[in-house]
Write a protein that binds this ligand. Sequence first.
Ligand code: DX5
Ligand code: ZN
Length: 218
Amino acid sequence: MAKCCINPSILSADFANLQAELRKISNADAVHVDVMDNHFVPNLSLGLPVVQRLQEISPVPLDAHLMIEHADRWAPAYADAGLASVTFHAEASIAPIKLARELRARGAKAGLALRPGTGIEPFLDLLGEVDMLLIMTVEPGFGGQEFLDLTLPKIRRARAAIDGSGLEVALQVDGGITEDTIQRAAEAGANVFVAGSAVYGADDPSEAIDRLRAAGTL
Ligand code: DX5
Ligand code: ZN
C-alpha cells in the first residue's frame, strides 16, 4: 500500500484562531502554510512573523508553500525558522539549484513547485536536489477552486521520472483535492495531498483527514 500524506491547508482555516484550528488537525501528516505576496499570485495571506509563531505552537510539522516572487531572497528565512519543509516556485526562482541546496543546508526539506502551465521536463535533472515536487492542480492564489484534470498527465510523467531516478522525492498535489479527485491524483502517482476546503470546510476536520487518507491510499 502506497503511503499517503494529508497536509491540510490553513488558508481555509479561521485566521483569527489559528492555534485552535491547528489542534483540529493533529492527525494530519503536516500543515500546509500558503504564503502569498500579492505579486506572484493575486492574493495576500501571511508572512514570516506569523509562520515563525505557527512553527512554535504547531502539533504537526509545517510545510510552507511560498507563492512569492524573489524566492531566492526570501525562502531561506523560512528554513531558518525551523520548518520541516519549504517549497518555492520554479517560476519565481532565478537559481533553483542554489536555493534548494541552501534550504537543505539550513535543515529544511526543499520543495520545487510548478504552476499548472509549467512543464516538468526542464526540471527533471534537478530531482536529486529536492525532497519534494509540488504540482499545482489549480492556478495558485485561492482555495476552493476546481481540480484541473489536465494536470494528470504531468503527475504521471513526474511519477515515472521519480521512480526511474531511484530517488526519494515526494510528489505533492495542491488545489481542488476532494475525496473524489484525490483518487485520480493518487492513481496518477501523487503521494502527498494538500486539502484546504475539503478539511476546514468539513464539520469534523479530523474525520475529513481520515476519509481523505483512506481515499488516497492505493
Ligand atoms: C492555492 C493554495 C492551496 C489552497 C488549496 O493557491 O496553494 O494550498 O489552500 O485549497 P483547496 O484545497 O480548497 O483547493
Ligand atoms: Zn498551497
